[in-house]
Design a protein around this ligand. Structure first.
Ligand code: SF4
Length: 258
């Protein structure tokens, strides 16, 4: 990460593969790593990932009985909560390694970025992004999967879960495209000012998803959530701008962001 920063990469993400050593050491190491990045480069990690070792083909070490320091679900939830408190500015990532019920719960403990409908094997998606037709390698019969997935839900199912919890599923990349990266991003993220951008942008990208990809049921409840959220902007002018953009997206405009 030091070399990446020195090479001109503004945003770096860190993490640890949990299960190799005592998780208490990993938490302290992640926090120390973040402190070092802040002190030396003026910018802590943009994201922190929390993969737990999952069984992988051809790797006996990854089988559950061989994992040297397995982390229980209860400890895993504690880990996420501690890092959320220690680093409120960072994005916390949870992959589809974890089971649906645990992932749904972890969103409440501070996870902010989740994947859906993922594949971990080469050639896992076809040209349309369909992940349901993955074929084993011809030579070995193996799928070559990097690890075993725990959450097999479709994107629409994950989005639907988030709507039910009152969360706004966001596909926003506004900061990168506006150049809000590195220390400039942290100046907004640390005092919490970034939410002035995140909330409207999340709503715009969510509306695009609802228009272009959602199932009819997800679209219906998603539009209801957007309507409720529009009423929560305290400043009348911002509320009008958000409503205006949402309306334009409904009429076919795309790629609107602050
Ligand atoms: S504005 Fe968009 S890209 Fe920037 S932090 Fe918020 S969600 Fe992420």
């Amino acid at each position: 990460m030091d070399r990446a920063q020195e090479g001109g990469i503004n945003d770096v993400g860190i993490g640890a593969l949990f299960g190799l050593v005592d998780y208490r050491f990993e938490i302290l190491a992640i926090m120390e790593h973040a402190r070092h990045l802040e002190e030396d480069y003026g910018c802590g990690p943009h994201t922190v990932s929390f993969p737990r070792i999952e069984p992988a083909e051809g790797t006996p070490f990854s089988q559950r009985e061989n994992i040297p320091h397995p982390v229980s679900d209860k400890d895993f939830m504690k880990i996420i909560a501690i890092i959320r408190i220690a680093m409120p500015y960072t994005g916390i990532i949870i992959s589809t390694r974890e089971r649906p019920e645990l992932r749904d719960q972890l969103v409440r403990y501070g996870v902010s970025q989740i994947s859906a409908a993922s594949e971990t094997n080469p050639g896992g998606y076809d040209e349309e992004g369909d992940n349901t037709k993955a074929k084993p390698y011809e030579k070995t019969g193996s799928t070559g999967a990097q690890f075993t997935l725990g959450d097999h839900r479709s994107l629409d199912e994950v989005i639907s879960m988030m709507i039910d919890g009152g969360y706004i599923p966001s596909f926003c990349t506004g900061c990168y495209r506006k150049g809000r990266v590195g220390a400039d991003f942290m100046d907004l993220a640390k005092p919490g000012l970034i939410k002035e951008y995140c909330k409207p942008n999340a709503m715009f990208t969510f509306r695009e998803y609802l228009e272009d990809y959602a199932s009819p049921e997800t679209k219906e409840k998603g539009l209801r959530l957007l309507k409720e959220l529009t009423q929560t902007f305290p400043k009348e002018e911002l509320k009008r701008r958000v409503e205006g953009n949402l309306c334009k997206i409904g009429e076919g405009e795309r790629d609107l962001y602050f």
